[in-house]
Every structure is written in C-alpha cells, then in structure tokens.
Design a protein around this ligand. Structure first.
Ligand SMILES: Cc1cc2nc3c(=O)[nH]c(=O)nc-3n(C[C@H](O)[C@H](O)[C@H](O)COP(=O)(O)OP(=O)(O)OC[C@H]3O[C@@H](n4cnc5c(N)ncnc54)[C@H](O)[C@@H]3O)c2cc1C
Length: 465
C-alpha cells in the first residue's frame, strides 16, 4: 500500500497505539487525522473542561507527530463524510482506527465499513480502548456478565494482549490541508475551570509514573478519602487515550511484584478499578439502551417526583449538606470529583432530592474532564439503584455519616467551602438543629435526610408492586 489513513479518536498517543502501529507497519505513508465536531455552544455530553483537555491533547499529539516526521491533519464535520473526502483526496487504500464502545461511535464504524466497500478501501478496526472487548469476557454458558465480581474473575483469567512499541517515525504526504489547532472558542465555549490538569501524552505519562512509584502501594488504604490525593488521577488520560490501558495494567502488575503483601493488595485493588471501567464498557457495548433506559427493567418508567429548583441548588453546591456541596464545588472549580464524593453527590440527587439520574448524568458529562459515557452512566445507574450490579435501592448512603467516615476532620469540606472554614469539623457530621445554619452565608439543609429516605423507599416499593 502507498497511502493509508489513521483516524485518531480516543487514542491520542504514539505509545502502544494498536491501530496506529498497524498502519505504520504497512510501510505506507500514513495520514493521521482527527475530525473535530461541528456543534456550537452547549452539548449534552461535553463542556469547556473536556474540550479544553481535548485541545491540549491534540496540540501535544501534533507536536509529537512533528517530532517523528509527520503532523496531525485536522478536519471538521461529519466524521464519515470527512474521512471519505480525505480518502479520495489522498488516494488512501485503507483506513485504520481503534474501535469505540459507545453506540454513536459504533454507528459511524458500521457506515464506514459500507463506505469502504463502495470505494474499494480496506477498513481496519482494532481493539485498543479496552483490554477485553464486547464479548470476550463471558460466562460458562457464553452469556455476558451482569454482575461485577464473576466478570472480574473471568477477566483476570484471560490472556492479555501485548503492548506494541512507540512509533519512532512516520511518513506523511506533504501539502494536505489542515485546520489550525483549536481552542474552546472553536465551539463558542467559555474557558475551562482553573484546576484542569495538563493535557497531552507527556503529562499523562508523568502522572502514571508518579502514581506507580508512589500512590499505588498505598491505594488500598487512602483511595476512599476525598481530601487525601490517594487516587491516580488518570481517568482523563484513559478517556482520551493518552495512556494505553494495556501498558498501565502491565506496569501495575510489574510494580506489584516488587511490593510487600500489603502493597500488592493495594495494586490489586487498583486493577479492580480498571476492571470496573471495562465492566461498564461491556455493559454499554452489549446493552446500549442503558443510555436511555434503566439497566434493570423493573425500574423502567419510574417517575422521580423531585423539584427542579433543587437541581440548580445541587449543581451550585448550595444544598446545605457540606459533603455534597464540597463535591459539587470541587467539580465546578476543577472539572474533577473524587469517586467517593461522586457516589455521595449522585445518591443525594436521586435518593434525597428524588431527581431523575439522567439530570445528574448529563451535568457530570458536561462538567467532568474525564466524562466517559460508559463509566458515567454506570456510576449514575449504580447510585440510583437502577444499574448493573447496583447498590440495592434500600441501601441509601447518609451524607452526614459518610462525612464522619471519609472526611472526619473536614479537610475536604473546608477546602471547597470557604464559608465553613472556621466551623468545627464535628458539626459537619450531623444536621444542624431545625431552622439553624452551620454558618452565615451557608444555606440550611434543603431536605431532611431521614424523611427523604422514606420517600425513596416508598417510591421504589411502588414500582416493584
Ligand atoms: C456517579 C459517577 C459518575 C462517574 N463518572 C465517570 C466518568 O465520567 N468517567 C470516568 O472515567 N469515571 C467515572 N466514574 C468513576 C470514578 O469516579 C472515576 O473513574 C475516578 O474518580 C477517577 O479518578 P482517578 O483516575 O483518580 O481514579 P482511581 O481510583 O485512581 O482509579 C483508576 C482508574 O480506574 C477507573 N475507575 C475507577 N473507579 C471506577 C468506577 N467506579 N467505574 C469505572 N471506572 C473506574 C478509572 O479509569 C480510573 O481512572 C464515575 C463514578 C460515579 C459514582
């Protein structure tokens, strides 16, 4: 082959990139393209933080490609139409890309296959985003898993795909038109929050190294403390494919071998989280209807009776529940929220404010830098009690006792809520007396947790009748 296209999607890296490596291995010239979407302003599934991180990642990818003799070609619009134009323009004989688990990406892949047949171009999809894809991890009877623990046991037993080398050089045809590298104004979006992490493959690799050398061995102990910095902060890097999941998994196993029993336990706990990521991907792959419907059919059609005014209070971090408000303000100010407080904030929206999980799912996608359709939907349906292997509806976390367990000294709460900095942390562990506020300028709780809990139990019981 003389010329092939590599279509970059959520794999914005040169290291251990399966499809890119295969494209380069043909010996042909490679046209590395990314197709920018052409919507403007608000979008249901993204927002300023993610787009900012995407822009930084594209800038870094272009620089990395230039360093090996190539460059990134940027086009904008419908991916299929743009790929067709580019294929005709460059007389490409094949289009290489890594498969996507989400139904929108898959729909394009199907159409691309037909386009390839019509134009006589080879279409070359690869596994990359997950270690195990849609129907690789199956029960003895050949079915997909709906529960995490047996899924993860079966996942661990399967042989793992090898890591492929970083691309060292890439020849790309000269003279191809490309759009300039974008920033948020390209989509008429405001700038990102101040706390969004540095984008690009180099920054992601530095984060991975720092975590493997430090946090991994203590992950089991401190991962649940939102103030602690005890997690890897690699979710946005995995979302945009700045890191390869195969490499991360392999490096964790290698590191685990050098640790004592406790450290190894921590490393295994971390790998279990990486498996949760794949569990939710295979749920989305096999049950794409979860994006619209409750995974558990028993709860489909459920009507959430909450007041919409409370949605804004929740988004703004003004519910009067310090742990929830700290979480929502962390999200607003940094584009990130700790996993423990994601669960608390999500359960609060559904089980205390009785608002439909889809409102929260969509807001998280717009606000998170790591917004990822499969994990986000999985996390929301888990918290709402409607999802695959979800928390049962009657297991309702109490935000006050969660604070006592996971932020006893109020470090996280005080970091994000300046109004509460001078208040004794023990006051964050129980509701204030009726009519009282924790501090001037900070709201009284907008609901009573025990009363809200009873309403939730009745709500679920009524649909189970
Ligand atoms: C309501 C809700 C919404 C969520 N939305 C997202 C989302 O949009 N994108 C996203 O990547 N994660 C999401 N998660 C999962 C989890 O909160 C984040 O992956 C994690 O907080 C990211 O921080 P970290 O990289 O430091 O995590 P670490 O604890 O260091 O975990 C390492 C990696 O494992 C994966 N992981 C960890 N926990 C989970 C989990 N519960 N489910 C799936 N994968 C997991 C992530 O890829 C993460 O980067 C959500 C969880 C909940 C409860």
């Amino acid at each position: 082959m003389k010329t092939v296209i590599h279509w970059f999607r959520r794999d914005l890296r040169l290291t251990d990139n399966t499809a890119l490596h295969a494209a380069a291995s043909t010996g042909a010239q490679v046209v590395p393209v990314y197709v920018l979407s052409d919507w403007k302003k608000n979008h249901r599934w993204t927002g300023p933080n993610r787009q900012h991180f995407l822009c930084g990642s594209l800038r870094s990818l272009d620089a990395n490609l230039q360093a090996i003799g190539s460059r990134l070609i940027l086009r904008q619009g419908d991916a299929l139409a743009e790929l067709e134009k580019l294929a005709v323009e460059t007389r490409a004989e094949a289009i290489f890309f890594n498969r996507d688990p989400d139904p929108y990406g898959r729909a394009v892949e199907e159409k691309l296959e037909k386009m390839g047949q019509a134009l006589g171009i080879a279409i070359k999809p690869f596994k990359d985003v997950a270690i195990h894809e849609q129907r690789e991890v199956l029960t003895g009877a050949g079915d997909t898993f709906r529960v995490f623990t047996p899924y993860s046991k079966a996942w661990e037993k399967l042989p793992k795909p090898p890591v492929v080398p970083r691309i060292k050089s890439l020849a790309t045809p000269a003279g191809l038109a490309s759009l300039p590298l974008p920033d948020n104004s390209f989509w008429d979006l405001p700038p990102a929050a101040g706390g969004v992490l540095e984008a690009g493959e180099k920054a992601a690799r530095a984060r991975m190294k720092a975590f493997l050398d430090g946090g991994l061995s203590r992950y089991g102990e401190i991962r649940d403390l939102p103030a602690g910095g005890g997690t890897s902060r690699l979710s946005q890097d995995l979302r945009y494919g700045l890191l390869s999941i195969r490499e991360l998994h392999q490096e964790c196993l290698k590191k685990a071998d050098s640790l004592d029993a406790k450290g190894r336990g921590s490393a295994m706990k971390y790998i279990a989280e990486l498996i949760w990521r794949e569990f939710y991907m295979q749920i989305l792959w096999n049950y794409p209807e979860v994006l619209e419907l409750e995974f558990n059919p028993k709860y489909r059609g459920m009507v959430w009776p909450g007041q919409m005014a409370n949605l804004e209070r929740w988004k703004n971090g003004e519910t009067g529940f310090p742990i929830v408000d700290a979480a929502m303000r962390e999200l607003r100010e940094t584009g990130f929220m700790h996993n423990r407080t994601r669960m608390i904030a999500a359960m609060f929206l559904t089980k205390d404010l009785h608002l439909d999980w889809r409102h929260g799912e969509s807001y998280f996608m717009q606000a998170l830098t790591d917004g990822e359709i499969a994990s986000n939907n999985g996390g929301w349906q888990w918290s709402a009690g409607t999802g695959a292997d979800a928390a049962p509806y009657f297991r309702i976390q109490n935000p006050w006792s969660q604070t006592k367990r996971f932020d006893a000294k109020g470090v996280y709460i005080k970091r994000w809520i300046p109004e509460l900095r001078d208040i004794d942390a023990s006051k964050f562990q129980d509701p204030p007396a009726p009519g009282l506020r924790l501090a001037k300028g900070y709201p009284a709780p907008i609901v009573d947790h025990s009363a809200a809990r009873d309403i939730t139990l009745d709500l679920f019981k009524s649909v189970l009748l």
